[in-house]
Design a protein. Structure first.
Length: 163
């Protein structure tokens, strides 16, 4: 399924994700933040990256999938939207697909992040930088948000320049 355009109603939720990404950065973590919004538009779960403790699977999108599986019926999950500061990695996209969550909206793409990190002279990660649709065919995806790109890039530069 092709990437769909962002809606005006998506931007406030993406702003919340950037605030969570900033929170992650302030705690020494990579700057990623995500929220789960139910069909009525209400935020029901929020988290940020928590990999600084050594567990590289502690991504907020993965936490959302686990929380949704435990707290929402399958029909509720399919109508919910995941908002995130950065496009899901392959692990998080798979969790999203297995749990049956609905739309994914991201502020910055994997392609953008890969380019920013290369620009900082960083080596490729241990997991292939796949777009969500390669992992979850048929996923309803919207992003990136061009108006937020510079802010997201700046968060990542702050993180890697501090290391």
């Amino acid at each position: 399924m092709p990437v769909t355009p962002l809606l005006d109603s998506d931007l406030p939720h993406l702003e919340r994700c950037l605030a969570l990404a900033e929170e992650a950065l302030l705690t020494g973590d990579q700057p990623f933040g995500s929220i789960l919004v139910d069909a009525s538009g209400r935020e029901v779960f929020a988290d940020h990256n928590r990999i600084a403790g050594g567990d590289e699977t502690q991504h907020p999108e993965f936490a959302i999938a686990r929380w949704a599986a435990a707290h929402l019926a399958p029909a509720e999950r399919s109508r919910a939207t995941v908002y995130t500061s950065g496009e899901h990695c392959a692990m998080c996209a798979a969790a999203h697909g297995w749990v049956g969550l609905g739309r994914i909206v991201y502020a910055s793409s994997t392609e953008q992040l890969t380019g920013w990190l290369q620009g900082l002279g960083l080596a490729a990660g241990r997991v292939a930088p796949l777009p969500i649709e390669s992992v979850v065919p048929g996923a309803l995806v919207s992003g990136p948000a061009p108006e937020l790109a510079e802010r997201v890039r700046a968060l990542h530069e702050r993180y890697y320049n501090a290391r």
